[in-house]
Design a protein around this ligand. Structure first.
Ligand SMILES: Cc1cc2nc3c(=O)[nH]c(=O)nc-3n(C[C@H](O)[C@H](O)[C@H](O)COP(=O)(O)O)c2cc1C
Length: 165
């Protein structure tokens, strides 16, 4: 957060920094936002949190009876290092849904918001055993790895298509 982008509670039409205004214009121009991020500690990385704090600002994203973002849709695509079989994935998705959809998007007037958690984002499969140890498996190599990456890309696109439909 910078002083220039601090909310001014007495002025909801405050002109924020040029950088932030450019991001606001990009959001206003879109009907559907897709926010892709690596999941850090069952949450967003600090960089994404800072983007929300600065860009989804007072007078733009909230603080008006007629919200600027009303009617838009947002899909949050969270990439998870956990494997699909890991029981942490479902509660992690619930946490992100509460934080991002309920706590932020609906508060800002979005018509639709959802979180898609995509596990197996790491080349090496990762899980935590019953003793709490991180277990890191072998990554495939060569064409097998390239094919794994292509399959992951298809999963992302399928999540976007399903949300947009
Ligand atoms: C600080 C940090 C925290 C992380 N926390 C989680 C987590 O809570 N759950 C999870 O499944 N993966 C977690 N990961 C793994 C990342 O989600 C994974 O590395 C990332 O999605 C891979 O994408 P990238 O190669 O683009 O970084 C974490 C990684 C880092 C560096």
């Amino acid at each position: 957060m910078t002083l220039e982008d601090e909310p001014d509670w007495t002025d909801r039409d405050k002109a924020y920094s040029v950088q932030v205004q450019q991001h606001m214009e990009r959001i206003l121009a879109a009907d559907l936002l897709v926010v892709v991020f690596p999941i850090y500690w069952q949450s967003t990385p600090a960089l994404l949190k800072g983007w929300i704090d600065r860009v989804w600002n007072y007078g733009f994203a909230y603080g008006r009876s007629d919200p600027r973002l009303a009617g838009k849709r947002v899909l949050w695509v969270g990439l998870a290092g956990a494997t699909a079989e890991d029981p942490i994935v479902a509660p992690m998705a619930d946490l992100l849904e509460a934080q991002l959809s309920e706590g932020i998007a609906y508060y800002c007037g979005f018509a639709k918001s959802a979180v898609a958690v995509l596990p197996d984002a790491e080349d090496q499969p990762q899980s935590v055993d019953e003793l709490g140890n991180l277990v890191v498996g072998e990554a495939p190599a060569g064409e097998e790895l390239a094919s794994q990456h292509r399959a992951f890309d298809r999963r992302v696109l399928a999540a976007v298509d399903e949300f947009a439909a």
